[in-house]
Write a protein that binds this ligand. Structure first.
Ligand code: HEM
Length: 216
């Protein structure tokens, strides 16, 4: 396990410690295609459909852990994305919805659900998705809106945190909450290891989506 200086704040540890994984996610074929406007409505709907069970699990386990002394420090209904994701899915499928079979999503969901037994690991799942959605996600939403000439927030509600009009101060406060979690060195190292794995789980989702694009 990585040795970590005892005074490294958790927010710094997870950001700096997952730089390579973040770069890999940014550079993934699916994200590159998405940002270049080369994913059509069906492809984007597919993306939302595989992300859906991930957010169902994140938000269900989050609610269960709302009073947990560790995970509860981050859980916030203002972050929940499922209703927005469903609205976008309805938009992109013209109301038809979309059911998908995704081994990568199944594996990701199983990993989120396993954190019920070890709530500090839920922190890694919560951080990687929601802080990502509040960071690069904001740019992704704007690019999608421009590429597809959407009337925002139609189709990109997922990136629109209605209850969080200013992501920057929210993220600063979130990092302060991360830093205040009562975790010792070994526990913080375990959170970082889980963050890296969460990036890999997202990478597997992207790889599966890219495969689907190639096949269609
Ligand atoms: C093309 C895709 C992506 C782009 C362009 C992108 C871009 C960015 C940028 C510019 C930031 C820094 C924003 C800031 O400092 O406020 C950021 C932060 C972040 N991104 Fe991404 N990102 C992408 C994909 C992803 C993915 C797929 C994930 C995870 C599933 C992710 C997770 C994160 C996280 C957790 C942070 C917060 C880092 C921290 O400050 O602790 N990103 N992203």
């Amino acid at each position: 396990m990585t040795t970590i200086a005892p005074d490294t704040p958790l927010s710094t540890l997870v950001r700096d410690g997952s730089k390579a994984e973040h770069e890999a996610a940014e550079g993934s074929s699916f994200m590159s295609e998405l940002l270049a406007g080369r994913i059509d409505a069906a492809g984007y709907a597919h993306y939302l459909a595989v992300l859906r069970p991930v957010y169902v699990a994140l938000e269900a386990v989050g609610r269960e852990l709302a009073d947990d002394p560790i995970a509860g420090g981050l859980v916030d209904p203002d972050l929940e994305r499922l209703a927005a994701l469903d609205a976008d899915l309805a938009f992109w499928t013209k109301g038809a919805g979309l059911a998908v079979i995704s081994p990568a999503a199944d594996a990701y969901v199983a990993r989120i659900e396993a954190t019920r037994a070890d709530p500090k690991l839920f922190v890694a799942h919560h951080y990687t998705r929601y802080l990502g959605d509040l960071s690069g996600g904001q740019a992704i939403g704007r690019i999608l809106a421009r590429t597809y000439a959407l009337e925002q927030p139609q189709g990109v509600q997922f990136y629109d945190f209605v209850a969080i009009p200013k992501p920057k101060p929210y993220k600063d406060d979130y990092r302060a909450r991360l830093d205040a979690l009562p975790l010792d060195e070994a526990e913080r190292a375990a959170v970082l290891a889980e963050v890296k794995d969460v990036f890999a789980l997202n990478g597997a989702l992207f790889a599966e989506l890219t495969e689907a694009l190639v096949r269609t």
